[in-house]
Design a protein around this ligand. Structure first.
Ligand code: UD1
Ligand code: MG
Length: 453
């Protein structure tokens, strides 16, 4: 069996944050979720996350395909791995250990590491990288046969060791039994008085174990997020990786430096993304769309040939051939049909908006069901809230809602109905009717002249 232990109990002192380190986000997704998702797609049977600081919050962002063990006192990475012993002690397979703060290590690299470890019959294989500025990382010390002798933590290095550019990425493959046997002999007599996981390397080596280093070609994958500078770097690296992937698949990104797309966004070819877009969460965007500039999308599905300009949209679906914005706002399970036009300053919430309907200017549509070929005039408001509860507005097909109308919910407007401009509608309107609900106009002739005298 292949197991993974993910270390996520630390507070992350160097982040200088109230938020636990592994909950900080790279392109909108918590570090720990990146790590677990990357493992999801790798050749791993069982995933165990070691939680401590912020345990409950960390659990909330992960699915139920992981198991949790608690490290209530953070005595070091070696101590953290020990917490998984009760779950794994009888397993004869391979165990990967990975730090929860290395979000960029790809599934492919994890699988390559596993293969290398198995093919070479190693007892431990360290994922290493060669970097120009190794400061802060554990250094890999190799012997004459190019096997690994030990890892020395930055703070414990001597002058020669400090010059070594091959670093420990914090990801390892172990023979499960040898890992837990070695851990029993780890001491905390080092600079930080912690039980270092890295010490098991020397222990396994000294008990005639075979310890190898597998070096990744792409060192940028291995960045460990210890402070806000590393966090910004990770955003930069991942942003480039994702944007390049989309461009190679036929998406035009006009300014990739200024476009932020989550790992979990899918975009079809010939869609154009203008600068200033932030696409976070799980999005699916069809082909031939124009998105942006300056548009935020989060957890949305968009069909083909859709234009979305300067808008903010979350948890919603948009059909084909629809145009949105500038300055529209959809949220909370809004479903917009095909061939729809939503214009400037229109907010739509928890609403089903039918095919070929329009709301071209200045409207609030909340908790509504709007049929097809409906025209919602400028300034239409669904009055959905009485201060205590929310109520529903149902509008049939082919309805014309005149400008500046209030539709006081709960209310039903029948098919083909007309609402006169400026009406406050409080009673249902039958099919084919015209509803007028406003004060009749009175003109007072000559009033102005009289008033001036
Ligand atoms: C660790 C490695 C270092 C490596 C670097 C790569 C050790 C001793 N050092 O250093 O060789 O170059 O990662 O990024 O392992 N954690 C716990 N419990 C603890 C302590 C830490 O769960 O008691 C978790 C943290 O939440 C974090 C991970 O382990 O996700 C790594 O801890 P961190 O303090 O970041 O270790 P580094 O100093 O980066
Ligand atoms: Mg770290």
């Amino acid at each position: 069996m292949n197991n993974a232990i993910i270390l996520a109990a630390g507070k992350g002192t160097r982040m200088k944050s109230e938020l636990y380190k592994v909950l900080h986000c790279v392109l909108g997704k918590p570090l720990i979720k990146h790590v677990v998702d990357n493992l999801d797609n790798a050749n791993i049977n069982r995933k165990i996350v070691v939680v401590g600081h912020g345990a409950e919050e960390v659990k909330k962002v992960l699915n139920d395909n992981v198991e949790f063990v608690l490290q209530s006192e953070q005595l070091g990475t070696g101590h953290a791995v020990m917490m998984a012993e009760p779950l794994l002690k009888n397993d004869d397979g391979i165990t990967i250990v990975i730090c929860g703060d290395t979000p960029l290590i790809t599934t492919e690299t994890i699988n390559n590491l596993l293969t290398y470890h198995a093919n070479n019959h190693a007892d431990a294989t360290i994922l290493t990288a060669i970097i120009d500025n190794p400061s802060g990382y554990g250094r890999i010390v190799r012997d004459d046969h190019n096997e690994v002798l030990k890892i020395v933590e930055h703070k414990d290095t001597n002058n020669t060791e400090r010059l070594i550019k091959e670093i420990n990425t914090g990801t390892y493959c172990f023979n499960n039994q040898k890992l837990f046997t070695a851990l029993k002999n780890v001491k905390n007599n080092n600079f930080q008085n912690e039980y270092y996981l890295t010490d098991v390397i020397e222990i396994i080596k000294n008990s005639n174990g075979k310890v190898l280093g597998y070096t990744t070609e792409d060192f940028s994958e291995t960045i460990g997020i210890n402070d806000r500078i590393a966090l910004a770097n990770a955003n930069l690296i991942l942003k480039r990786r994702i944007n390049n992937m989309h461009m190679l698949k036929g998406v035009t990104i006009i300014d990739p430096d200024n476009t932020y797309i989550s790992v979990d966004t899918k975009i079809e070819s010939d869609t154009i993304i203008y600068p200033g877009c932030v696409l976070f969460g799980n999005n699916t965007i069809g082909k031939n769309c124009i998105i942006g500039p300056n548009t935020n999308l989060e957890n949305i599905v968009i069909g083909d040939q859709v234009k979305v300009r300067e808008s903010v949209i979350s948890d919603s679906t948009i059909g084909n051939n629809t145009t949105v914005g500038p300055f529209a706002h959809f949220r909370n399970h809004t479903v917009i049909g095909d061939g729809v036009r939503i214009g400037n300053f229109v907010e739509i919430k928890n609403t089903h908006f039918g095919n070929n309907s329009n709301a071209a200017h200045l409207a609030y549509i909340g908790d509504a069901e709007v049929g097809s070929k409906v025209n919602m005039g400028c300034g239409t408001i669904t009055v959905n809230y009485d201060g205590k509860s929310k109520f529903k507005t149902v509008i049939g097909n082919n309805v014309f809602v005149g400008c500046n109308s209030n539709l006081v919910a709960p209310i039903n407007i029948g098919d083909n109905a007309y609402i006169a401009a400026g009406s406050t509608i409080t009673e249902d309107v039958p099919n084919d009717a015209l509803a007028i609900a406003r004060e009749k106009q009175t003109n007072k002739p000559g009033y102005a002249n009289k008033y001036k005298k």
